[in-house]
Design a protein around this ligand. Structure first.
Ligand code: SAH
Length: 367
């Protein structure tokens, strides 16, 4: 009898999050046929099953063996959902098996539905405009926990199926590189089969060496950089990570990314009054955009009032609507592609940068 089968259930492997290769290797390691890996891959990630009994093409004896040997099939538990009556945006609160809370957001749009997923519990980056940073950093999510945000939301949506996934929820995906990459590999399988997903975008605050690694990984996902200022000093004030990986270093990595993947980079740009919406900001931004294939995603600054910020965070104000409009028009006049991500879900604190959880409480601080 193999050691794992001797009873004790400490550290049973959790298969959710294993890539195809890892699943095949797992079956080899327990003296089963490698093709079982493919079968289980399909059951876990395409059929989205909840129990081993549902795996019809797997013999009963193997199903029983697997439920003995392995941990739970679901890595998350759905705690609550909250919908915005105004926009249809829906926020999902999940609990991990070790008791942490995370959020995911569904953003319905006319032609496609987008899922915004989290990659960490909290975030270590402490960006001054973002609520998640204020809850501190708790842990990296596993690829299984990243995937299960998709599983639970897609099952909840019925026919309104998810077309896009954006890694823009809580956390910094490139600081959880290995698990993020594994989750991308799992989703990519769906993409290559042309099945359901159309596009995946990973958003980063700028972890230059990991941008290079992602470029060289062979994964063809879209990359977004949270830019927010073209000036190193202002960017460092807004995003302390810029002290470690400067904008210059990140832009170098991004040039490599656009060449390797032949994709256009998206620069995300939150409009903050007096900080990055001035004439000199505009001039620098235009210069940058002319230097590589890119588009700009302008994001009106979402209020942090619900987390009662202090210091520099408390001073940040959204650019006035007219300023945003004029800035966007001026960029377009320069033939730069600009989309404006008008706020979705601010009324349920599910908009960009508003995700924050107080441990051991299900609700936001102010609700
Ligand atoms: N760590 C990653 C992904 C999470 S943030 C990153 O930094 O890109 C996802 C997006 O939401 C980023 O573009 C981020 O800059 C933006 N965001 C954060 N706080 C925001 C706020 N208060 N208002 C508007 N957008 C915000």
């Amino acid at each position: 009898m193999k050691s794992e089968e001797k009873g004790g259930n400490d550290k049973k492997p959790i298969l959710k999050g294993y890539t195809l290769k890892e699943l095949k290797d797992y079956f080899s390691s327990i003296d089963e046929k490698r093709f079982r890996g493919e079968q289980i891959f399909n059951w876990l990630y395409s059929h989205l099953i909840d129990s081993y009994e549902e795996m019809q093409n797997v013999p009963k004896t193997l199903r029983e063996r697997l439920s003995e040997l392995t941990g739970p099939l679901n890595t998350l538990k759905l705690v609550t959902t909250k919908s915005s009556p105004q926009t249809g945006t829906k926020k999902y609160l999940f609990e991990t098996l070790d008791g942490h809370k995370i959020e995911s957001v569904i953003i319905p749009e006319i032609k496609r539905t987008t899922l915004c997923i989290s990659t960490q519990v909290g975030c270590p980056l402490d960006c001054k405009f973002c609520a998640t940073g204020l809850m501190g950093y708790k842990k990296n999510l596993s690829a299984g926990e990243i995937f299960d945000q998709y599983k639970f939301t897609v099952k909840d949506l019925e026919e309104n199926s998810i077309k896009n996934i954006v890694y823009m929820g809580m956390g910094e995906p490139l600081l959880n590189y290995d698990e993020t990459l594994k989750s991308l590999e799992i989703f990519a399988n769906d993409l290559t089969k042309g099945a359901k997903l159309k596009r995946i975008t990973v958003s980063t605050a700028g972890i230059a060496p990991k941008i290079v690694e992602l470029a060289d990984s062979g994964m063809r996902v879209k990359l977004a950089l949270s830019l927010h200022s073209c000036f190193e000093d202002i960017r460092s004030k807004l995003m302390p990570i810029n002290e470690k990986y400067s904008l210059k270093e990140n832009l170098h990595a991004i040039r490599h990314y656009t060449k390797q993947t032949r994709t256009r980079i998206t620069f995300e740009y939150i409009m903050i009054s007096g900080i990055n919406d001035r004439e000199e900001d505009f001039i620098e931004l235009v210069k940058l955009c002319k230097s590589m294939p890119c588009k700009i995603n302008v994001i009106p600054f979402n209020s942090l009032a619900h987390i009662k910020p202090s210091g520099f965070s408390a001073e940040l104000r959204p650019s006035p609507f007219e300023r945003v409009e004029a800035f966007v028009q001026a960029l377009r006049d320069q033939n730069i592609i600009v989309t404006v991500r008008y706020t979705q879900g601010e009324d349920i604190a599910a908009a960009c940068g508003q995700l924050a959880i107080v441990e051991n409480e299900d609700e936001k601080i102010n609700s």
